[in-house]
Design a protein around this ligand. Structure first.
Ligand SMILES: [Zn+2]
Ligand SMILES: [Zn+2]
Length: 270
């Protein structure tokens, strides 16, 4: 097993909101849908859904959206950190029902317009039961058709003023993280995560730790390392990732630097 960087539970942040999500900033909350987080940004007058969870989560996402932003409200758009099945599971359903544009990095488009499948998962990476189950996970692309748009080349994020989009490849070619400097918040997708994701036990327990990208689905470890270095250098105050709880504070930052500095030993499969 790889080295772990555990984080004391006192660094977990977030308030349970009345809508069922966990609020980490006044305008940012998330909900864990079985094994992956979906993020809600904004206010009732303008909001954005970031990632869309596993198949079957649409009801829960719509329920939170209605309570948080209003019964008939719909987002300005859906923004994707990347196109893995656990992040696009309800994309077709929600984008269709809301009739909204979908934004993703242009290098991720082949996996979202039906052109390309992700490489097969590296089933022996990381040990545990998830790698043995991962061949069951779909790798074939979804096709959102004409709703799909490229994230702006100027690094702005549609309907998310104050945020910039950072290309953080490695876990997938067009993976992005979102960064807001004013309160030093990162939405990191799977560039790194805050819990072990390789075993059913880890997923059940959700022990906080700074963890490299999920091992069995990461094809380019060199790029993944550079992406973590780039995010660590931002010195974030709060990190919200695709898997695990939101973390804040100096211990988190220290651990993120440790992950960046010792990436081969900590994150990469043997
Ligand atoms: Zn992923
Ligand atoms: Zn994921």
């Amino acid at each position: 097993m790889a080295v772990q960087i555990p984080i004391a539970s006192g660094n977990v942040v977030g308030q349970e909101a009345a809508d069922g999500s966990t609020e980490v900033r006044p305008d940012l909350s998330f909900k864990r849908e079985t094994l992956v987080n979906v993020m809600f940004f904004g206010t009732p007058s303008s909001w954005v859904l970031i990632d869309t969870g596993i198949p079957g989560s649409a009801g829960s996402i719509k329920d939170i959206s209605a309570k948080r932003f209003g019964e008939e409200s719909r987002p300005e758009c859906i923004v994707l950190t990347h196109g893995h099945f656990d992040h696009v599971g309800t994309l077709l359903e929600l984008a269709g029902e809301w009739d909204v544009p979908v934004y993703a990095h242009v290098l991720e488009h082949p996996y979202l317009n039906g052109t390309l499948s992700y490489p097969s998962p590296d089933v022996w990476a990381g040990g545990g039961i998830m790698p043995l189950l991962s061949p069951l996970f779909p790798t074939s692309p979804v096709d959102v058709g004409a709703r799909l748009h490229a994230l702006p080349a100027d690094h702005s994020v549609p309907a998310m003023p104050g945020w910039v989009c950072i290309h953080t490849p490695g876990h997938t070619p067009g993976h992005v993280s979102l960064w807001r400097e004013s309160d030093r918040t990162i939405i990191a997708g799977d560039a790194f995560i805050t819990t072990g994701q390789e075993s059913a036990y880890e997923i059940l327990v959700q022990r906080p730790e700074i963890h490299g990208p999920p091992r069995y689905f990461t094809p380019d470890w060199q790029a993944a390392k550079q992406s973590v270095q780039q995010l660590a250098a931002l010195e974030p105050d709060l990190v919200l990732t695709g898997h695990g709880q939101a973390l804040s504070g100096a211990e988190m930052r220290q651990a993120l630097h440790k992950l960046a500095d010792e990436f081969e030993a900590i994150a990469m499969p043997r």
